[in-house]
Design a protein around this ligand. Sequence first.
Ligand code: ATP
Length: 249
Amino acid sequence: MFEKNGRLGEIGLEMKDVSTYYGEAQALKSIELYVHTGEVVSILGSNGAGKTTLLRTLIGMLRPRYGKIIFCGVSIEEMEPNDIIRMGIAGVLEGRELFGTMSVYDNLLLGTYSIKGKERKKIFSERLEMVFSLFPVLKERLKQRAETLSGGQQQMLAIGRALMANPKLLFLDEPSLGLSPLLVIEMMSLLSKIVKEWGISLLLVEQNARAALRIAHFVYILERGEVVLKGGSEQVITSPVIQRAYLGG
Ligand code: ATP
């Protein structure tokens, strides 16, 4: 159900006035961004807009110089990446970061490394079945080395591994990159299914605006480190700026 402000559910993630620098170069400028529970929120923008920097800041790989990041009511902007994963944020950065010479199974197992003790075993087998039902091909190729999978299968493995961490918020950096147009459509509907059926939120960074707008509830457009436009996807899709810059209209 949409609320009055057009957003779904409760606020899960808040980035407030977040600014991140590389040395003295400012890459994020006072970012204000919200992800509500159950939403697909997409960040669109061209090369160098700051999309990856925003994700790195969210997961503790970069420290914001200013601003606050609050997840499920807790300030996380000074936490270590592992603790942020434990809080329930997991995903795939650019390049997928799979361990190529390790098997599909071992890559999936690594997805649970931040979960402690006894809980890990239980979550591992439960999650494994859920990941297999989403991506049956991973079950078929469990013993195969990750590097021998096709591009699409590697993307599935990377997403599967992130889901093994039991996240409340999944983030993905350009999951459509390198996939055929047909696979992009399939990938987007799978992502939409994960969000609905698993009750999680998705922060989806994309250059492929058409793909992202298929499933996003809310969209932020980044340019030169700033949010220049935001809104519900039906609203954003009709904006002349978006039509011209991102949809070839
Ligand atoms: P792309 O889609 O090309 O990855 P992006 O929107 O993800 O683009 P970022 O990679 O976040 O953009 O880059 C934002 C800005 O920060 C760019 O001007 C980029 O040159 C700069 N930048 C990114 N990484 C570094 C770094 N490690 N050191 C210095 N500057 C960086």
